[in-house]
Write a protein that binds this ligand. Structure first.
Ligand code: F6P
Length: 355
Protein backbone atom coordinates (compact mmCIF):
# COMPACT_ATOMS: atom_id res chain seq x y z
CA UNK A 1 0.00 0.00 0.00
CA UNK A 2 1.35 3.44 -0.95
CA UNK A 3 0.03 6.48 0.88
CA UNK A 4 0.26 9.78 -0.98
CA UNK A 5 -0.55 13.25 0.36
CA UNK A 6 -1.75 16.03 -1.95
CA UNK A 7 -1.88 19.75 -1.22
CA UNK A 8 -2.39 22.98 -3.17
CA UNK A 9 -0.59 26.09 -1.94
CA UNK A 10 -0.26 29.78 -2.85
CA UNK A 11 -2.59 31.81 -5.09
CA UNK A 12 -5.08 29.59 -6.89
CA UNK A 13 -5.54 29.34 -10.64
CA UNK A 14 -7.53 27.39 -13.17
CA UNK A 15 -6.17 23.87 -13.60
CA UNK A 16 -5.59 22.83 -9.98
CA UNK A 17 -8.65 20.59 -9.84
CA UNK A 18 -8.04 18.85 -13.20
CA UNK A 19 -4.36 18.37 -12.25
CA UNK A 20 -5.49 16.57 -9.07
CA UNK A 21 -8.03 14.59 -11.13
CA UNK A 22 -5.30 13.40 -13.51
CA UNK A 23 -2.81 12.66 -10.73
CA UNK A 24 -5.31 10.67 -8.67
CA UNK A 25 -6.85 8.66 -11.47
CA UNK A 26 -3.45 7.86 -12.95
CA UNK A 27 -2.21 6.72 -9.52
CA UNK A 28 -5.23 4.43 -9.14
CA UNK A 29 -4.37 2.91 -12.54
CA UNK A 30 -0.62 2.63 -11.99
CA UNK A 31 -0.47 1.32 -8.43
CA UNK A 32 -2.11 -1.84 -7.14
CA UNK A 33 -2.93 -0.29 -3.81
CA UNK A 34 -2.93 3.40 -3.08
CA UNK A 35 -4.44 5.65 -0.45
CA UNK A 36 -4.76 9.36 -1.20
CA UNK A 37 -4.80 11.95 1.56
CA UNK A 38 -6.12 15.42 0.69
CA UNK A 39 -4.43 18.06 2.85
CA UNK A 40 -6.50 21.21 3.24
CA UNK A 41 -5.30 24.84 2.99
CA UNK A 42 -1.85 24.13 1.60
CA UNK A 43 1.07 23.68 3.99
CA UNK A 44 -1.13 25.02 6.81
CA UNK A 45 -3.08 21.75 6.69
CA UNK A 46 0.15 19.77 7.06
CA UNK A 47 1.20 21.94 9.99
CA UNK A 48 -2.21 21.63 11.68
CA UNK A 49 -3.05 18.10 10.48
CA UNK A 50 -6.18 19.13 8.63
CA UNK A 51 -6.77 16.40 6.05
CA UNK A 52 -9.26 13.95 4.56
CA UNK A 53 -8.84 10.45 3.20
CA UNK A 54 -9.96 10.70 -0.41
CA UNK A 55 -11.89 8.13 -2.45
CA UNK A 56 -12.20 7.72 -6.21
CA UNK A 57 -15.58 9.48 -6.19
CA UNK A 58 -13.98 12.63 -4.65
CA UNK A 59 -12.22 13.25 -7.97
CA UNK A 60 -15.18 12.49 -10.19
CA UNK A 61 -16.32 15.96 -11.26
CA UNK A 62 -13.02 17.87 -10.94
CA UNK A 63 -11.96 17.83 -14.59
CA UNK A 64 -13.55 21.10 -15.64
CA UNK A 65 -13.78 22.89 -12.29
CA UNK A 66 -11.96 26.10 -11.35
CA UNK A 67 -10.24 26.75 -8.02
CA UNK A 68 -9.04 23.94 -5.77
CA UNK A 69 -11.32 21.69 -3.73
CA UNK A 70 -8.43 21.27 -1.25
CA UNK A 71 -8.39 25.06 -0.74
CA UNK A 72 -5.19 27.10 -0.56
CA UNK A 73 -3.32 29.47 1.74
CA UNK A 74 -0.07 31.35 1.20
CA UNK A 75 2.73 30.42 3.63
CA UNK A 76 5.59 32.87 3.86
CA UNK A 77 8.82 31.04 3.10
CA UNK A 78 10.67 33.42 5.43
CA UNK A 79 8.88 32.06 8.52
CA UNK A 80 8.77 28.39 7.61
CA UNK A 81 11.99 27.43 9.36
CA UNK A 82 11.84 29.91 12.26
CA UNK A 83 11.63 28.17 15.64
CA UNK A 84 8.83 29.19 18.04
CA UNK A 85 9.32 29.54 21.81
CA UNK A 86 8.86 25.77 22.18
CA UNK A 87 11.76 25.20 19.78
CA UNK A 88 9.63 24.02 16.85
CA UNK A 89 9.44 25.50 13.36
CA UNK A 90 6.58 25.03 10.88
CA UNK A 91 8.97 22.88 8.83
CA UNK A 92 9.60 20.67 11.89
CA UNK A 93 5.85 20.21 12.32
CA UNK A 94 5.40 19.30 8.67
CA UNK A 95 8.16 16.69 8.81
CA UNK A 96 6.67 15.27 12.00
CA UNK A 97 3.12 15.18 10.60
CA UNK A 98 4.24 13.63 7.30
CA UNK A 99 5.72 10.82 9.37
CA UNK A 100 2.67 10.63 11.66
CA UNK A 101 0.44 10.25 8.60
CA UNK A 102 2.82 7.53 7.32
CA UNK A 103 2.97 9.17 3.91
CA UNK A 104 5.17 7.62 1.23
CA UNK A 105 5.16 10.83 -0.79
CA UNK A 106 3.69 14.33 -0.90
CA UNK A 107 2.53 16.08 -4.07
CA UNK A 108 2.62 19.87 -3.85
CA UNK A 109 0.78 21.90 -6.48
CA UNK A 110 1.95 25.49 -6.39
CA UNK A 111 4.05 28.38 -7.61
CA UNK A 112 7.41 29.81 -6.61
CA UNK A 113 6.81 30.03 -2.86
CA UNK A 114 5.35 26.52 -2.80
CA UNK A 115 8.38 25.20 -4.68
CA UNK A 116 10.77 26.80 -2.17
CA UNK A 117 9.00 25.12 0.75
CA UNK A 118 8.79 21.84 -1.21
CA UNK A 119 12.55 21.99 -1.77
CA UNK A 120 13.16 22.60 1.93
CA UNK A 121 10.95 19.62 2.87
CA UNK A 122 12.72 17.49 0.29
CA UNK A 123 16.07 18.43 1.84
CA UNK A 124 14.62 17.36 5.18
CA UNK A 125 14.06 13.89 3.73
CA UNK A 126 10.42 14.01 2.60
CA UNK A 127 9.54 12.41 -0.75
CA UNK A 128 8.24 15.33 -2.80
CA UNK A 129 6.83 15.65 -6.29
CA UNK A 130 5.82 19.20 -7.27
CA UNK A 131 3.53 20.43 -10.04
CA UNK A 132 4.05 23.93 -11.53
CA UNK A 133 0.99 26.11 -11.09
CA UNK A 134 0.60 29.87 -11.50
CA UNK A 135 -0.94 32.45 -13.79
CA UNK A 136 2.43 34.29 -13.58
CA UNK A 137 4.35 31.61 -15.54
CA UNK A 138 7.42 32.37 -13.47
CA UNK A 139 8.66 28.93 -12.44
CA UNK A 140 12.18 28.44 -13.69
CA UNK A 141 12.88 25.35 -15.79
CA UNK A 142 9.41 24.88 -17.26
CA UNK A 143 8.32 26.52 -20.49
CA UNK A 144 4.84 26.96 -19.09
CA UNK A 145 2.97 26.69 -15.83
CA UNK A 146 -0.64 25.54 -15.77
CA UNK A 147 -3.34 28.17 -15.27
CA UNK A 148 -1.33 30.58 -17.38
CA UNK A 149 -3.11 29.97 -20.70
CA UNK A 150 -6.56 30.23 -19.12
CA UNK A 151 -5.54 33.56 -17.52
CA UNK A 152 -4.28 34.89 -20.86
CA UNK A 153 -7.57 33.91 -22.50
CA UNK A 154 -9.59 35.63 -19.75
CA UNK A 155 -7.43 38.77 -19.98
CA UNK A 156 -7.74 38.95 -23.76
CA UNK A 157 -11.52 38.50 -23.63
CA UNK A 158 -11.73 41.22 -20.98
CA UNK A 159 -9.73 43.70 -23.07
CA UNK A 160 -11.63 42.82 -26.26
CA UNK A 161 -14.85 43.82 -24.48
CA UNK A 162 -13.30 47.10 -23.32
CA UNK A 163 -12.15 47.92 -26.86
CA UNK A 164 -15.70 48.41 -28.16
CA UNK A 165 -16.61 50.89 -25.44
CA UNK A 166 -13.20 52.59 -25.78
CA UNK A 167 -13.90 53.04 -29.52
CA UNK A 168 -17.44 54.30 -28.94
CA UNK A 169 -16.22 57.03 -26.58
CA UNK A 170 -12.81 57.78 -28.11
CA UNK A 171 -11.11 56.94 -24.81
CA UNK A 172 -7.82 55.62 -23.58
CA UNK A 173 -8.10 52.50 -21.41
CA UNK A 174 -5.40 51.50 -18.96
CA UNK A 175 -5.97 47.84 -18.14
CA UNK A 176 -4.09 46.44 -15.15
CA UNK A 177 -3.08 42.79 -15.46
CA UNK A 178 -1.71 40.70 -12.56
CA UNK A 179 2.02 40.15 -12.41
CA UNK A 180 3.91 41.93 -9.65
CA UNK A 181 7.46 40.69 -10.29
CA UNK A 182 7.31 39.19 -13.77
CA UNK A 183 5.44 40.32 -16.86
CA UNK A 184 4.70 37.13 -18.80
CA UNK A 185 0.94 37.40 -18.33
CA UNK A 186 0.70 41.15 -19.15
CA UNK A 187 3.01 40.61 -22.15
CA UNK A 188 1.03 37.77 -23.71
CA UNK A 189 -2.34 39.30 -22.80
CA UNK A 190 -1.27 42.71 -24.07
CA UNK A 191 0.01 41.45 -27.41
CA UNK A 192 -2.93 39.11 -28.10
CA UNK A 193 -5.47 41.83 -27.26
CA UNK A 194 -3.87 44.35 -29.62
CA UNK A 195 -2.63 46.72 -26.91
CA UNK A 196 -0.72 49.76 -28.13
CA UNK A 197 1.46 50.07 -25.04
CA UNK A 198 2.51 47.31 -22.61
CA UNK A 199 4.21 48.19 -19.33
CA UNK A 200 6.09 45.38 -17.59
CA UNK A 201 7.88 45.06 -14.22
CA UNK A 202 11.06 44.15 -16.11
CA UNK A 203 11.12 47.44 -18.08
CA UNK A 204 10.78 50.63 -16.03
CA UNK A 205 8.77 53.15 -18.07
CA UNK A 206 9.35 56.79 -18.93
CA UNK A 207 6.00 58.59 -18.65
CA UNK A 208 6.82 60.90 -21.57
CA UNK A 209 7.48 57.87 -23.79
CA UNK A 210 4.19 56.29 -22.70
CA UNK A 211 2.32 59.51 -23.50
CA UNK A 212 4.16 59.77 -26.85
CA UNK A 213 3.17 56.22 -27.82
CA UNK A 214 -0.49 56.91 -26.95
CA UNK A 215 -0.46 60.13 -29.02
CA UNK A 216 1.02 58.23 -31.96
CA UNK A 217 -1.80 55.67 -31.73
CA UNK A 218 -4.46 58.40 -31.53
CA UNK A 219 -3.25 59.78 -34.87
CA UNK A 220 -4.40 56.60 -36.61
CA UNK A 221 -7.23 55.45 -34.30
CA UNK A 222 -9.67 57.16 -31.96
CA UNK A 223 -8.87 55.02 -28.91
CA UNK A 224 -5.83 53.42 -27.29
CA UNK A 225 -5.25 50.41 -25.03
CA UNK A 226 -2.44 50.31 -22.51
CA UNK A 227 -1.82 47.01 -20.70
CA UNK A 228 -0.23 47.79 -17.36
CA UNK A 229 1.36 45.03 -15.30
CA UNK A 230 0.44 45.12 -11.61
CA UNK A 231 4.17 45.54 -10.95
CA UNK A 232 4.90 48.19 -13.62
CA UNK A 233 6.93 51.15 -12.40
CA UNK A 234 8.61 54.25 -13.77
CA UNK A 235 12.33 54.91 -14.02
CA UNK A 236 13.41 56.41 -10.73
CA UNK A 237 10.90 54.52 -8.57
CA UNK A 238 11.99 51.89 -6.04
CA UNK A 239 12.65 48.45 -7.56
CA UNK A 240 10.95 46.83 -4.58
CA UNK A 241 7.28 46.02 -5.25
CA UNK A 242 6.20 46.21 -1.60
CA UNK A 243 7.84 49.64 -1.14
CA UNK A 244 6.11 50.96 -4.26
CA UNK A 245 2.71 49.69 -3.08
CA UNK A 246 3.15 51.52 0.23
CA UNK A 247 4.21 54.76 -1.49
CA UNK A 248 1.37 54.53 -3.99
CA UNK A 249 -1.25 53.88 -1.34
CA UNK A 250 0.09 56.76 0.75
CA UNK A 251 -0.42 58.96 -2.32
CA UNK A 252 -4.05 57.80 -2.49
CA UNK A 253 -3.88 55.35 -5.39
CA UNK A 254 -5.19 51.82 -4.86
CA UNK A 255 -3.99 50.53 -8.19
CA UNK A 256 -0.89 51.20 -10.26
CA UNK A 257 -3.14 51.98 -13.26
CA UNK A 258 -4.80 54.80 -11.26
CA UNK A 259 -1.41 56.33 -10.50
CA UNK A 260 -0.38 56.02 -14.14
CA UNK A 261 -3.65 57.67 -15.26
CA UNK A 262 -2.95 60.62 -12.96
CA UNK A 263 0.60 60.95 -14.34
CA UNK A 264 -0.64 60.78 -17.94
CA UNK A 265 -3.46 63.29 -17.35
CA UNK A 266 -0.79 65.91 -16.70
CA UNK A 267 0.60 65.36 -20.22
CA UNK A 268 -2.31 64.35 -22.48
CA UNK A 269 -5.86 65.79 -22.37
CA UNK A 270 -7.79 62.82 -23.83
CA UNK A 271 -10.36 61.04 -21.72
CA UNK A 272 -8.95 58.08 -19.84
CA UNK A 273 -10.40 55.15 -17.88
CA UNK A 274 -8.78 52.40 -15.83
CA UNK A 275 -9.95 48.79 -15.52
CA UNK A 276 -8.65 46.05 -13.24
CA UNK A 277 -9.75 42.44 -13.88
CA UNK A 278 -7.70 41.29 -10.85
CA UNK A 279 -8.71 37.85 -9.58
CA UNK A 280 -11.10 37.43 -12.52
CA UNK A 281 -7.97 36.11 -14.28
CA UNK A 282 -7.48 33.39 -11.67
CA UNK A 283 -11.04 32.25 -11.08
CA UNK A 284 -13.44 30.16 -13.13
CA UNK A 285 -13.10 27.01 -15.17
CA UNK A 286 -9.86 26.02 -16.88
CA UNK A 287 -9.85 26.28 -20.67
CA UNK A 288 -9.40 23.21 -22.86
CA UNK A 289 -5.67 23.87 -23.15
CA UNK A 290 -5.14 23.82 -19.39
CA UNK A 291 -7.33 20.73 -18.94
CA UNK A 292 -5.29 18.84 -21.53
CA UNK A 293 -2.02 20.23 -20.16
CA UNK A 294 -2.77 19.31 -16.52
CA UNK A 295 -3.88 15.86 -17.71
CA UNK A 296 -0.30 15.28 -18.93
CA UNK A 297 1.36 16.91 -15.90
CA UNK A 298 -0.76 14.99 -13.38
CA UNK A 299 -0.20 11.69 -15.17
CA UNK A 300 3.56 12.37 -15.31
CA UNK A 301 3.59 13.10 -11.56
CA UNK A 302 1.88 9.74 -10.99
CA UNK A 303 4.56 8.05 -13.11
CA UNK A 304 7.28 9.67 -10.96
CA UNK A 305 5.59 8.34 -7.82
CA UNK A 306 5.20 4.88 -9.39
CA UNK A 307 8.97 4.88 -10.05
CA UNK A 308 9.76 6.53 -6.69
CA UNK A 309 11.49 9.53 -8.26
CA UNK A 310 11.38 12.32 -5.69
CA UNK A 311 12.76 15.80 -5.00
CA UNK A 312 11.52 16.90 -8.41
CA UNK A 313 9.03 19.18 -10.13
CA UNK A 314 7.22 18.32 -13.36
CA UNK A 315 8.13 20.63 -16.25
CA UNK A 316 7.48 21.32 -19.91
CA UNK A 317 10.83 21.25 -21.69
CA UNK A 318 11.11 21.61 -25.47
CA UNK A 319 7.40 20.93 -25.79
CA UNK A 320 7.44 17.61 -23.91
CA UNK A 321 6.80 16.72 -20.27
CA UNK A 322 9.87 16.03 -18.14
CA UNK A 323 11.01 16.90 -14.62
CA UNK A 324 13.64 19.08 -12.94
CA UNK A 325 15.34 18.74 -9.59
CA UNK A 326 13.63 21.00 -7.05
CA UNK A 327 17.04 22.00 -5.73
CA UNK A 328 17.96 23.36 -9.18
CA UNK A 329 14.83 25.41 -9.88
CA UNK A 330 13.27 26.48 -6.55
CA UNK A 331 13.72 30.20 -6.00
CA UNK A 332 15.36 30.86 -9.38
CA UNK A 333 13.89 33.89 -11.18
CA UNK A 334 12.33 33.65 -14.66
CA UNK A 335 11.83 37.21 -15.91
CA UNK A 336 10.73 38.36 -19.37
CA UNK A 337 13.84 39.20 -21.37
CA UNK A 338 14.48 41.08 -24.59
CA UNK A 339 15.64 37.76 -26.14
CA UNK A 340 12.14 36.35 -25.88
CA UNK A 341 10.67 35.86 -29.37
CA UNK A 342 7.33 37.48 -28.53
CA UNK A 343 9.09 40.50 -27.01
CA UNK A 344 11.17 40.91 -30.16
CA UNK A 345 8.13 40.55 -32.43
CA UNK A 346 6.12 42.99 -30.30
CA UNK A 347 8.86 45.60 -30.54
CA UNK A 348 9.18 45.00 -34.29
CA UNK A 349 5.47 45.56 -34.93
CA UNK A 350 5.62 48.85 -33.02
CA UNK A 351 4.13 48.03 -29.63
CA UNK A 352 5.61 50.46 -27.12
CA UNK A 353 7.04 49.27 -23.80
CA UNK A 354 7.29 52.82 -22.56
CA UNK A 355 11.10 52.81 -22.43
O1 F6P B 1 0.97 34.72 -7.97
C1 F6P B 1 -0.30 34.86 -8.52
C2 F6P B 1 -0.88 36.22 -8.28
O2 F6P B 1 -2.17 36.24 -8.85
C3 F6P B 1 -0.04 37.39 -8.77
O3 F6P B 1 -0.15 37.64 -10.15
C4 F6P B 1 -0.61 38.51 -7.93
O4 F6P B 1 0.33 39.54 -7.80
C5 F6P B 1 -0.90 37.83 -6.62
O5 F6P B 1 -1.02 36.46 -6.90
C6 F6P B 1 -2.14 38.31 -5.92
O6 F6P B 1 -2.22 37.66 -4.69
P1 F6P B 1 -3.49 37.60 -3.76
O7 F6P B 1 -4.46 36.59 -4.33
O8 F6P B 1 -2.93 37.13 -2.46
O9 F6P B 1 -4.10 38.96 -3.74
Amino acid sequence: MRKIGILTSGGDCAGLNPAIYALARSLYTRLDEVELIGIYDGYTGLIDLNFKKLELRDFDDLLDKGGTFLRSIRQSFKTIDVKNDKGYSKADRMVENYKALKLDALVTLGGNGTHKVANLLSQRGLNIVALPKTIDNDIFGTEETFGYQTAIQRGVEYIEVLKTTAASHSRIFLVEIMGNKVGWLPLETGVASGSDVILLPEIPYDIKKVAGAIKKTLKIRNYAIVTVAEGAFSKGESRKFKERVLERKAAGYNFVSDKLAAELAKIIPEEMRTAVPGHFLRGGAPNAYDINYTMQLGDYAAKLIENEVYGVTVAKIEGDIHHNLLSEVAGVAKPVTEENRLMKAARNVGISFGD
